[in-house]
Design a protein around this ligand. Structure first.
Ligand SMILES: Cc1cc2nc3c(=O)[nH]c(=O)nc-3n(C[C@H](O)[C@H](O)[C@H](O)COP(=O)(O)OP(=O)(O)OC[C@H]3O[C@@H](n4cnc5c(N)ncnc54)[C@H](O)[C@@H]3O)c2cc1C
Length: 408
């Protein structure tokens, strides 16, 4: 496996780094403290081509591969998690799902304006009474002539206040559980669709998270994504892509914790020497460095499989689970390295801890990933081929016969 970056990937990484350092880093402590969401930042991400990064040029995207997507998420989350969340929901959970499951008309109508940054997309699976247990969602729809009629509610939906397109999952028969789900693309101006913002979040305070309510929303047949009853498979393949962006972002968050801790450990003196000279402080720094590289390598493994269109559910779950746990540990230790100053928003590490906490819950809780990994190892779980497999990245050939390097 070749870990070197291409000149284009390096240029992209540097562009994203400069953008986040210039547009967001100087303001983020204030935005986070005030809980302010700044949509203009998303428009600037669109102008840079980030919102269509891995989408083929034919659909308005930039045509980069998954290594590039990982680098962008890493650089964005280095500055703040809310930036990476935009990539997770708009690119990972929505646009890449359209690329995989949408028909040509849907790709032109929804995907292309999203990739160009003209429209914003999000993903709505979670409900007040159903999160991990997606087969139990309570939103339901019925067919009525030339449309479907949807009722229900969604909760914890990123970009709810701003999105134009909502990838929503609902059931036509709740007794069928997972097999009763269907995916729809809702549009903001559809009568009966309302959105609200959730206040009082622990982290990602500069981002927007909200609720959706559906009151007899009429959805044209042309807005159904995939077949009826295929919604659960679509949701899980969306999550395969979203998780990848979350795990890749965790690498940047660990790096942010490491950089802040190294700087502080070299500046702070106790007992006549820099605190970095103490063995127990070194232990925390060493763990951050090791977990950074391990998370990055797991990210590159998943990126390689995605580039070549090889099923990667196990490897993506692994990089997301490992990376997010490692980011939370790094942020916790970064506060410890900073002592009481780490407990104050004078330094960024308390924000890193609050932001890292959420990723151990969303896109599969720590417990769900633990079960998944154990089930793969024990042979209780095998992935079946999908009707629409993930397409390889632009410029790559599908290599279905290739065995992942670390296959169990
Ligand atoms: C900041 C943020 C942004 C989010 N953005 C989105 C979004 O854009 N779109 C969206 O659809 N959702 C979003 N979510 C929701 C998120 O995906 C869910 O919260 C998550 O799936 C967990 O569901 P839950 O909160 O209902 O917890 P539950 O599923 O109720 O779980 C509660 C606890 O029980 C454990 N548990 C559940 N089942 C099992 C089991 N089988 N074995 C062992 N333990 C189990 C869980 O691990 C957890 O510890 C977001 C959440 C947050 C915090």
């Amino acid at each position: 496996m070749d870990f070197s970056l291409t000149p284009e990937q390096i240029q992209l990484r540097d562009t994203v780094r400069e953008f986040a350092a210039r547009e967001v880093a100087p303001h983020i402590q204030e935005w986070d403290a005030k809980g302010e969401f700044h949509p203009e930042v998303l428009h600037k991400m669109g102008e840079l081509g980030l919102l269509g990064l891995p989408i083929p040029e034919a659909y308005g995207g930039s045509g980069f591969d998954y290594v590039a997507l990982a680098l962008a998420c890493d650089e964005l989350e280095y500055v703040d998690t809310f930036l990476r969340v935009v990539m997770s929901v708009h690119v990972g959970l929505n646009s890449l799902a359209l690329l995989q499951w949408g028909d040509e008309e849907q790709k032109q109508r929804f995907l292309a304006p999203q990739a160009r940054g003209e429209k914003f997309g999000t993903f709505a699976l979670t409900e007040p009474n159903a999160g991990s247990d997606a087969g139990s969602i309570e939103s339901t729809y019925v067919r009525d002539g030339d449309a479907y009629v949807l009722n229900g509610a969604k909760m914890w939906i990123s970009l709810a206040a701003m999105a134009d397109h909502f990838l929503v999952f609902a059931s036509f028969d709740r007794s069928k559980k997972h097999n009763g789900l269907t995916a729809f693309m809702l549009e903001r101006d559809m009568p009966g669709l309302t959105t609200g913002t959730i206040k009082g979040k622990l982290g990602v305070r500069a981002g927007n998270t909200g609720e959706l309510a559906f009151n007899n929303v009429r959805i044209p047949l042309a807005n159904r994504i995939g077949e009826e009853g295929e919604g659960f498979k679509i949701a899980m393949s969306c999550i395969d892509q979203g998780r990848f962006t979350v795990g890749a972002g965790a690498v940047g968050l660990i790096r942010a914790c490491l950089d802040a801790s190294v700087k502080y450990a070299n500046e702070r003196y106790a007992f006549g020497q820099e605190i970095g000279r103490f063995e127990l402080v070194k232990q925390m720094i060493a763990k951050m460095a090791a977990n950074h590289d391990a998370s990055r390598l797991l990210t590159m493994q998943a990126a390689e499989l995605k580039n070549r269109g090889i099923r990667n559910t196990r490897e993506t779950s692994l990089m997301k689970w490992f990376g997010c746990d490692a980011a939370l540990e790094a942020a916790n230790d970064a506060i410890q390295v900073h002592g009481s100053y780490g407990y104050s928003n004078e330094y960024p590490v308390e924000r890193f801890w609050r932001n890292s906490r959420g990723a151990v819950i969303y896109e599969g809780t720590r417990e769900i990933h633990t079960i998944l990994q154990a089930d793969y190892a024990l042979g209780y779980r095998q992935d079946k081929p999908l009707r629409c497999p993930q397409p390889p990245a632009e410029g790559f050939e599908r290599e279905v016969d290739r065995v992942p390097a670390l296959a169990l």
